[in-house]
Design a protein around this ligand. Structure first.
Ligand SMILES: Cc1cc2nc3c(=O)[nH]c(=O)nc-3n(C[C@H](O)[C@H](O)[C@H](O)COP(=O)(O)OP(=O)(O)OC[C@H]3O[C@@H](n4cnc5c(N)ncnc54)[C@H](O)[C@@H]3O)c2cc1C
Length: 270
């Protein structure tokens, strides 16, 4: 497989990590099971000892209208999908104008904003293990049970791009910090909010080195510049420890932690 060196302190949205070699997946004949697949790293925290990394080749970056459906390659960035839908007057993808990621990462995470989730208009996906209809894929809030690289997804095509929805999503973003982060650090536990719990245990605004549970929104672990993996992990563990002690709730990371020393230790969806 071809390889590419990626500087994660620049590439990842949280701006943490060194340079690592990443193998490029051209097709499914490669031994993809030996690797961890990354998208555009908007939901990842990479440590000093990551597993072997894999990224989809650029040939999976495309959008087509075919058979009255929308076919999107899994390496396509969310911003490109939102612009395409605006240009072609397509409805239901407006939330992607304010949600960073590639289509593969968005589908794997069932990413979304409030009730708008990427699975809403999904018809099927193509993966290295074959094609699956939406109903065949176990999925829920920021969760799917997809076990091999997603290469393409097909969506229902509905006309009517809504500028009002774009404005609504822009407003929803206004209470979120602009400093680098990986989005929400923890999933909201059922019937509660991770941000509320972090604030309740006194961690909102707590800064270690350059990492902080944001004063604007406690569930955002932000990097004020030069933040380290160790400081981020310290804060994540501290939040899990305090919330468990005080509320009996184990906060589950929404961020995936890529470090072989920590992948088992910190509760994550990996
Ligand atoms: C400022 C900010 C705000 C955010 N707000 C939101 C929000 O409101 N709602 C929300 O849901 N998310 C939010 N996020 C998180 C992020 O946007 C999503 O999780 C997005 O889906 C990540 O896509 P990615 O391509 O960057 O994936 P990565 O972060 O690179 O990977 C995320 C996961 O997807 C898997 N993955 C990636 N590509 C594939 C593929 N082709 N096939 C199979 N698995 C794959 C990876 O293995 C990993 O487990 C936010 C992030 C940031 C930085």
């Amino acid at each position: 497989m071809k390889k590419q060196s990626i500087d994660f302190s620049k590439f990842s949205s949280i701006k943490i990590g060194a340079s690592f070699e990443v193998s490029i997946l051209e097709d499914c004949s490669a031994s993809y099971r030996d690797y961890y697949l990354i998208g555009s790293c908007n939901n990842l925290l990479i440590g000093t000892n990551p597993p072997p990394l894999l990224k989809l080749s650029k040939k999976y970056d495309y959008i087509k209208i075919e058979d009255n459906t929308l076919k999107i390659g899994a390496a396509t960035p969310s911003g490109k999908i939102a612009s395409f839908c605006k240009k072609h007057d397509i409805a239901n993808f407006e939330f992607l104008s304010h949600l960073p990621g590639t289509l593969g990462g968005l589908v794997f995470m069932n990413a979304g904003l409030k009730e708008y989730e990427i699975f809403n208009n999904l018809i099927s996906i193509t993966t290295c293990e074959g094609n699956f209809l939406k109903d065949e894929i176990k999925h829920g809030y920021r969760f799917t049970k997809i076990t091999s690289p997603i290469l393409e997804a097909i969506f229902e095509l509905e006309s009517g791009f809504s500028k009002d929805r774009v404005e609504l999503f822009k407003k929803m973003r206004q209470n979120q910090p602009s400093a680098p982060s990986a989005g929400s650090c923890f999933k909201n536990p059922q019937g509660d909010y991770a941000g509320r719990l972090i604030e309740a245990v006194g961690l909102k605004g707590l800064r270690v080195g350059a990492m902080e549970f944001s004063k604007e929104h406690a569930n955002f672990l932000v990097n004020h510049g030069g933040g380290t993996f160790d400081d981020a992990i310290y804060l994540i563990k501290e939040a899990q420890r305090r919330v468990l002690n005080e509320f009996g709730i184990l906060l589950e990371c929404e961020i995936a932690i890529l470090d072989t020393n920590y992948m088992r230790e910190v509760k994550t969806p990996n």
